[in-house]
Write a protein that binds this ligand. Structure first.
Ligand SMILES: Nc1nc2c(ncn2[C@@H]2O[C@H](COP(=O)(O)OP(=O)(O)OP(=O)(O)O)[C@@H](O)[C@H]2O)c(=O)[nH]1
Length: 322
């Protein structure tokens, strides 16, 4: 692979080069990994200019309809938008976004938009790492807004929150009832709550839900000293509320940039990413280094012949002794 020309292609905003580079970083082959890291190092000075948005929602709330409408709105403002996804459950035969061809049909044909499905297979940590790398590559390619969607349930929201500047939560007009369905932890991650389907007969319910969510947010500890989570109404179907949402994103970005919090968050995120890499790489090497001894100790722990802590220590000492 010619890394130099891949780099030039990305910096010129060529989608083919970008797609190829992301595929390279998703490969598990050691030589591909080395090339991908080489490329990322070269691209790093050209990253950081986008606003990084995390995005999640309860099933049926209209996530794809919303991303399609919001993404299209942003491109109409002259912005380039990349949509990435994290779905740890996605199988080998494909990612979540393009696996279902009907999702975001309009946006996927838009020359100012780039849509990439979730890297497939592997642990959440592995999927998250590849998405972080794709994010940096999209930034180097000149995308202004990076939207990272969570598809799977569970821990993926936390993984996304750890790689973005702002976290958006899409909820339905179900109001209080819907609140029961979302984990409190996810509500706490939100910087902006969007009540979708605020149209037609659903509009009054959406307004009531927005009031309920506002109240719930006020009872929570704010994530940032510079920002209080807000609630917006929207209709992805009718394309309303998008301007207000983009305005709120801009306010958030201004407040956190002005106070230095945005840069500090990104710096911390990069360091914790490094630590999770150390953790994963250590465990991989550990497993490769001592397969028989590992099996033996696992059995001893399973049979109750060794306490887990002592077994771990014995194994670590053997590993460090080389
Ligand atoms: N009335 C109304 N219906 C909407 C709106 N947005 C989405 N819907 C409908 O809600 C249903 C679910 O929408 P999807 O966009 O497929 O969303 P989702 O179920 O969250 O699915 P994924 O995108 O696959 O996560 C569809 O029937 C949409 O037409 C809206 O703003 N108003």
């Amino acid at each position: 692979m010619d890394i130099e020309s891949l780099k030039d292609g990305i910096l010129q905003g060529q989608r083919r080069a970008l797609a190829k580079a992301i595929t390279l970083s998703e490969s598990t082959r050691a030589d591909h990994q080395a090339e991908a890291q080489h490329l990322l190092t070269a691209l790093l000075p050209h990253t950081g200019k986008a606003i990084r948005l995390g995005f999640t929602g309860t099933p049926g709330v209209g996530k794809s309809t919303f991303i399609e409408a919001f993404g299209t709105y942003l491109t109409e403002q002259g912005l380039k938008v990349a949509v990435l996804a994290i779905d740890p459950s996605s199988t080998l035969n494909g990612g979540s976004i393009l696996g279902d061809k009907t999702r975001m049909e309009q946006l996927s044909r838009n020359p100012k938009a780039f849509i990439r499905p979730s890297p497939s297979g592997g642990s959440l940590g592995g999927v998250a790492r590849r998405t972080r790398e794709a994010l940096l590559m999209c930034e180097a390619a000149g995308y202004d807004v990076i939207l990272i969607e969570t598809v799977g349930v569970g821990q993926s929201e936390v993984a996304v929150a750890e790689m973005v500047d702002m976290f958006l939560l899409l909820l339905s007009p179900g109001g209080g009832d819907d609140l029961q369905g979302i984990k409190r932890g996810i509500m706490e991650l939100a910087d902006l709550v969007i009540v979708n389907k605020a149209d037609g007969d659903l509009k009054p319910a959406a307004k009531r839900a927005a009031a309920d969510y506002s109240l719930a947010l006020h009872l929570m500890r704010p994530k940032s000293p510079n920002w209080t989570a807000q609630v917006c109404l929207a209709s992805a179907l009718k394309g309303t509320g998008l301007e207000e949402i983009w305005q709120a994103v801009g306010d958030y970005r201004d407040k956190l940039t002005g106070s230095g919090e945005l840069a500090a968050n990104r710096a911390e995120q990069a360091v914790s990413w490094m630590w999770s890499e150390i953790h994963d790489q250590l465990v991989d090497r550990f497993r490769e280094h001592l397969p028989e001894k590992l099996e033996e100790m696992e059995q001893a722990v399973r049979d109750g012949k060794q306490p887990p802590t002592a077994a771990a220590r014995t194994l670590l000492e053997a590993f460090l002794a080389g």
